[in-house]
Write a new protein. Structure first.
Length: 262
């Protein structure tokens, strides 16, 4: 796995279910003003990722950003965040392309993603959490990448990102000893940023959504190792934006800035 301007959303008070009457199979999408919530909905398979769900999640995330979402929250229905890849259909290149294409696309979106980890995040579930920028986890969350137990492998991005986020020791425990990390240990080592459930993740997402979108896009690009040209362009875009002038005006007028992402 390898490794802009964000449109400003219209504010809305009510929660909105997207595509009422025609929800994407396996995935729930709803909007809370500038925050979109993507919920894996394969409870009978503990939200395991199959070919269709990988493609649906990738498409839905991109569509929500295009529609103006400033933050995406990814979570799972029921008692599992994501139990991994659906082992009934992971032994082909088509699935691997869909899985890693989806993960790669999430890391490249110009808005922050918050994983609300409710229960086990195993294998591809840990990968999905790592593809998000921030992680909030409840007391039932646990993380593992047990490829050594089944002879599979994950790509270099997964292992290197795990080491960068949680430390080399944790990465070695998960990858070389097929160990499992519970929520408290994940918080301690930095794999989880905050303890809490979906409500806590949503509250944090709304706080983040009020920040300057162009600055967040720039910061995410740099953190993801964007090339020098793209980073230079996003840097210049921030300083030439209406938002930087809005920030200055808000300081002068002693009020909260209202950023438009332009």
């Amino acid at each position: 796995m390898a490794d802009s301007e964000t449109p400003g959303p219209e504010q809305a008070d009510a929660r909105t279910d997207v595509g009422a009457g025609h929800p994407p199979p396996g995935l729930g999408v709803r909007r809370e003003g500038p925050v979109s919530v993507l919920t894996l909905q394969r409870e009978e398979r503990r939200n395991a990722l199959d070919l269709h769900l990988c493609r649906t999640l990738q498409q839905a995330a991109a569509q929500e950003v295009a529609a103006g979402a400033r933050v995406l929250v990814v979570t799972g229905a029921g008692t599992s965040f994501c139990s991994g890849a659906d082992l009934g259909g992971v032994y082909g290149q088509e699935f691997l392309d869909a899985l890693y294409g989806m993960l790669r696309s999430l890391t490249r979106l110009p808005v922050p993603l918050v994983a609300a980890v409710n229960g086990p995040a195993i294998g591809a579930g840990t990968q999905l959490a790592l593809a998000c920028d921030l992680r909030v986890a409840d007391e039932t969350a646990r993380f593992a990448v047990p490829t050594a137990r089944n002879g599979m492998a994950v790509d270099a991005w997964t292992i290197r990102t795990l080491a960068a986020v949680a430390g080399g020791g944790v990465a070695r425990r998960l990858m070389l000893a097929a160990d499992t990390l519970d929520r408290d240990a994940a918080v301690h080592h930095g794999l989880v940023d905050r303890a809490g459930g979906l409500d806590a993740a949503l509250a944090w997402a709304h706080e983040i959504a009020a920040l300057a979108p162009l600055t967040l896009a720039h910061n995410k690009l740099v953190l993801a190792g964007g090339d020098d040209q793209a980073v230079g362009e996003s840097f210049a875009r921030c300083w030439a934006s209406d938002d930087v002038r809005e920030g200055a005006a808000a300081r002068e007028e002693r009020r909260t800035p209202v950023f438009r992402g332009r």
